[in-house]
Ligand binder design. Structure first.
Ligand code: GNR
Ligand code: NI
Length: 161
């Protein structure tokens, strides 16, 4: 329910060392939280940066960063994935999204890249790009289910204070 998750992130103008230091910090946060992705929005920063590591093997890290990502193509075919989110701890729901996408972005060196993504990579990229646009996965699920999740999270927060 945190209102900061609804903010729209702004493009990175130049990929310099300070941006790279922030990216390294995001990798550390993602790995410490056992997430497979993290958007800057989730750590209170409004730059259009997301990091991912969808490597299936526990002891092998494949960190990836996408700066100023833009979806240039979406497939008509869809895929349903049970999604979770570090910003909605311990809540999961099925989300239907395009199965394949193409994404243009800048890499760690500021170089323009384009990738075609499928399956988990496509799902995760769409989930993270949504964060940069102030959207979260519960926006796609039935309102009844969303309200239950939000009510539980608000109650937990009250109990923390
Ligand atoms: O760690 C995460 N797992 C996950 C599982 C299914 C679909 C999307 C994700 S992303 C999530 C980390 C996160 O919240 N990123 O924003
Ligand atoms: Ni998330």
């Amino acid at each position: 329910p945190d209102p900061r998750l609804k903010l729209i992130a702004r493009p990175v103008e130049k990929v310099d060392d300070s941006v790279r230091r922030f990216i390294d910090d995001m990798y550390e946060t993602m790995y410490n939280a056992d997430g497979i992705g993290l958007a800057a929005t989730q750590v209170g920063d409004l730059r259009r940066i997301l990091v991912l590591d969808i490597a299936q093997k526990e002891n092998r890290r494949e960190p990836k960063v996408f700066i100023n990502p833009e979806i240039s193509w979406l497939s008509e075919e869809t895929n349903t994935y049970t999604e979770g989110c570090l910003s909605f701890p311990e809540h999961f729901a099925d989300v239907v999204r395009p199965k394949k996408i193409k994404v243009k972005y800048l890499d760690y060196d500021g170089k323009q890249q384009e990738v075609e993504a499928d399956e988990l990579l496509a799902t995760c990229l769409q989930h993270e790009i949504d964060h940069l646009n102030g959207k979260v996965f519960v926006d796609y699920i039935p309102p009844v289910k969303r309200d239950i999740i939000l009510r539980k999270l608000k109650k937990e927060k009250r109990n923390d204070d």
